[in-house]
Design a protein around this ligand. Structure first.
Ligand SMILES: C[S@@+](CC[C@H](N)C(=O)[O-])C[C@H]1O[C@@H](n2cnc3c(N)ncnc32)[C@H](O)[C@@H]1O
Length: 213
């Protein structure tokens, strides 16, 4: 039996909202990926990959990406992602909940998450899991539009009708630090956006590095 979050996004996979998210997140995600400065050989994991557009963006733009994995707890999102004609062959998609996922392969160089971690049962547990999935020196790129300072997005939780954990910028930073990351925080604003919050408040972008020592 799927939980309410998976059911909600199963319907979004089929009603055009997956593509709405792709359009809506595009500018912030592009800035997050630019900040990564991907090397010659790397692996990438997208947690809550939706229709897989970021997984494919990374493989198609970066020949050095040896493997790009997308996980999502919505089975319909994963079947959309896996059947997309834009896949290059270096993508893998799995229906899994980040908190329960048993990954037996090599650790990742990069883990990415856009607008997905605050749906976890426990955000702290999800962050600890992500920390464990990264190699020492690996980088976590985490974007969220739903955070306390972004007051215009607070109504989203009631509209969605599923659990969404609302934290402030400082609380997000603390949670990443507690998971073990060295953290940098930025707000990604879009001066040309129609939505005032995108111009004035922006996407909260946390970049966490797993220490090598
Ligand atoms: C708001 S959508 C964002 C999708 C994609 N990152 C994007 O930017 O287009 C959140 C996605 O995270 C997935 N998700 C939520 N909680 C999850 C969890 N605990 N484990 C894996 N996926 C999860 C949902 O099923 C959904 O597809």
């Amino acid at each position: 039996m799927q939980d309410a979050t998976a059911q909600k996004f199963d319907s979004w996979a089929l009603n055009g909202k997956a593509e709405d998210m792709q359009r809506g997140h595009y500018k912030s995600v592009s800035a997050m990926l630019r900040s990564a400065r991907f090397g010659n050989e790397f692996t990438f994991l997208d947690v809550g990959c939706g229709n897989g557009w970021v997984v494919r963006t990374v493989t198609s733009r970066h020949p050095g990406c040896r493997l790009s994995v997308g996980i999502d707890k919505s089975a319909n999102m994963i079947s959309r992602a896996a059947s997309d004609p834009g896949n290059t062959g270096r993508e893998r998609y799995l229906c899994a909940d980040i908190e329960e996922w048993k990954h037996r392969g090599r650790k990742f160089d990069y883990v990415f998450a856009m607008e997905s971690i605050y749906y976890a049962d426990s955000v702290g547990a999800a962050l600890a899991k992500i920390y464990g999935l990264l190699r020492p020196g690996g980088v976590f790129l985490c974007g969220t539009d739903f955070y306390a300072e972004n007051t215009s997005t607070k109504r989203w939780a009631a509209a969605m009708g599923i659990t969404m954990h609302l934290y402030s910028e400082g609380e997000w930073e603390d949670m990443l630090v507690r998971a073990g990351f060295k953290v940098r925080v930025r707000r990604l604003k879009d001066p040309a956006a129609k939505d005032a919050w995108k111009r004035n408040t922006g996407t909260l972008f946390l970049r966490g590095r797993k220490p090598t020592g």
